[in-house]
Design a protein around this ligand. Sequence first.
Ligand code: BYC
Length: 322
Amino acid sequence: MATPSNVAIAELEEAFQQRIDREEKIEPKDWMPDAYRQNLIRQMSQHAHSEVVGQLPEGEWITRAPTLRRKAILLAKVQDEAGHGLYLYSATETLGVSREELTEQLLAGSAKYASIFNYPTLTWADVGAIGWLVDGAAIVNQISLCRTSYGPYARAMVRICKEESFHVRQGYEIMTVLARGSAEQRAMAQDALDRWWWPTLMMFGPHDTDSAHSGRSMRWKIKRQSNDELRQKFVDQSVAQAEFLGLAIPDKALKWNDTRNHFDFGEIDWDEFRAVLDGEGPCNHERMEARRKADEEARWIRGATLAYAEKERVRSSTGTES
Ligand code: BYC
C-alpha cells in the first residue's frame, strides 16, 4: 500500500482537526494522526492502571471494615474499580495496542498510574477520605472527560461517572458518621483529611504552565478543561463539604476571593509530587510488588483462557473439534 505523501497527511490532519472542532466523535476505524493515537494510548492506559492499582489501598480494609454492611459496600466499591480498569483497557485496545503490552508497561515502570495510590491507608477514616476526596477529585476530572473527543473513551467515562458518584457518597457518609461520633472518631476523620488533602490536589497534575501534554490534548479535545481549572473546581466544591462535617481543610491560605469568585489556596509541594512520580512515594514499591505478584499468580488462568479462546476460534472456523 502506498504511504500518503506529506501533503496528503497535512490535508488529512486539517480535516481531522475540523471534525474535532465540529465536536464530532472520533471512532476506532477513523483516520487519526499518530500523535493523537499515541497520546490517547498514554492517557487512557495510565487511567486504566490507576483504576487497577487504586484497588490496593482500600482493598486492605475489606477484611477490617467495622461492620458487615460496611464490608459489603467496600467490596462492591473495590470491584467497581476493577471494572473501570477493564472498560478502560478495552477502550484503549480499540487504538491498536494489546492489554498485555499495556500491562508490561505498567510492570516495567514505563507507564505511570495516579500518584495518590502511593499513600497508605492507616485508619478506617482513610476509606472515607478516599471516597469523599479521591473519588470526588476523580469525578470532577471524569465528568469533563465524558465530552472527550474519542468515542470509546467518552462512553466509558459516562458509565464510570455513574459508579463514581456512588463511591463519593459512600465515602462522605463514612466521614459524616465519624465526624458526628466520639472525640476519638472526629480526630480520626480530621487526621485522614489532613493526610489526604494535598495528595488529592496533586491528582490533577502539574500547573497548566508545566503540563507537557495539555496544549495538544486541549486542541484535540482529549482534555476539555485544564489541570488548574479542574483543581480549582474541586477546591471550590470541597470547602462547604468540609464545613458541613465540621472538619478543617489543612491549608492556611484557603480563603474566598471575591474578585476571582473562587477560593484561593496554598501551593502544592511539587517536590513531593515529583518524588512520588519518580517511584519514591511512601508505598510505590509495595504497590508495584502487589501488581507483579498478581500478574504472576494469574499467569496460568490467562494461559488457560487464551488456549480455550483459540480452541473455540479453530472450532468455529473449521466446524470441527480440535
Ligand atoms: N499522578 O502533561 P501532564 C480513580 C503525569 S483513578 C501520576 O499534565 P496529562 C480511582 C502525566 O501522566 C482516576 N502521574 O499530563 C480509582 C505525564 O506523564 P507522562 C485516575 C501524573 O496527561 C480507585 C506527566 O505527569 N484518573 O478514579 O495532560 C479508587 C505530565 O503531566 C499525575 C485519570 O487517570 C498524577 N497525579 O494530564 C478511587 C484521569 N499528573 O505520561 C479512585 C485521566 C500528571 O508524560 N487522566 N501526571 O509520562 C488525565 O486526566 C490526565 O492524564 C492528567 C494529567 C490530568 C492526570
